[in-house]
Write a protein of this length. Structure first.
Length: 256
């Protein structure tokens, strides 16, 4: 087993919890498994109708919440001011005849770092695809482009340990607040060891993809274990040094 480390950051992110098109397009407060598997599949050139999702079953995803972001809502219209034939299409083969109005939720200024663990063969294949993606990655919606550096490490023996001890935190330490640690939220797919993490809240979320087909999307439930852990304060630092620290961390692998 090995893994890779991804940093999901950008002006906007949106991790939808509902697959059906509704007037309100919500977002989960963290990257969903469905969205991350979709990102991997797109990088590998796997289409929505391709039944190849079992190739990701062995992956274990751990999310570190560096910045939860601020929820914003976009009032969004599609197909307004046109003749009926040029408005949004309906499932029956006609057209709406008027604008489609939606309210789309986003996370602004959020940052998540994801440890992706799996078999060496799977991790190596994903690392190559993410370095040279078939389709460009995005953070939940095509308009949400990720910042660089995106792939922090393409091969690491223990990516979860790296989240706790090595990967720079995308936050500033509050001025005047002492102590050697900073509280950071984690989300695990497996129960964390009780001896090191005494308390973890259990969540149920329906985000394991069974099919991405536009006409037959389906998901099943998984458990998540949310905890708050104390990380070394040295992982955080002045905001103006963050990008240099991230680039240095990412380049350490290339120069090794």
């Amino acid at each position: 087993m090995s893994g890779l480390v991804l940093r999901l950051a950008g002006p906007l992110q949106s991790w939808g919890e509902r697959s059906a098109f509704t007037a309100v397009r919500d977002t989960a407060p963290f990257p969903t498994r469905s969205a991350l598997i979709g990102l991997f599949a797109a990088a590998e050139g796997i289409g929505r109708d391709d039944a190849l999702l079992d190739r990701y079953d062995d992956l274990r995803l751990t999310v570190r919440v560096d910045r939860p972001g601020i929820r914003v809502i976009d009032y969004h219209t599609v197909g307004g001011g046109f003749p009926k034939a040029r408005t949004a299409a309906t499932s029956g083969g006609s057209n709406k005849g008027a604008a489609v109005i939606t309210r789309r939720h986003y996370l602004a200024d959020a940052v998540f770092v994801v440890a992706v663990s799996g078999r060496d063969q799977t991790v190596n294949r994903l690392a190559q695809a993410l370095r040279r993606p078939h389709w460009a990655p995005y953070l939940g919606r095509r308009s949400c482009v990720p910042d660089e550096p995106f792939v922090l490490r393409s091969h690491i023996e223990d990516p979860e340990a790296a989240l706790r001890c090595e990967v720079p935190l995308s936050r500033s330490t509050p001025a005047g607040r002492g102590g050697d640690t900073v509280d950071v939220e984690f989300l695990y797919e497996e129960p964390p060891p009780a001896q090191s993490i005494p308390r973890a809240d259990t969540l149920e979320i329906y985000d394991v993809p069974i099919s991405f087909s536009p006409h037959a999307r389906s998901h099943r439930m998984r458990h998540l274990y949310k905890s708050v852990e104390q990380l070394p304060r040295t992982l955080a630092g002045p905001q103006h040094t963050l990008m240099r620290r991230l680039i240095d961390y990412a380049h350490t692998e290339e120069s090794a």
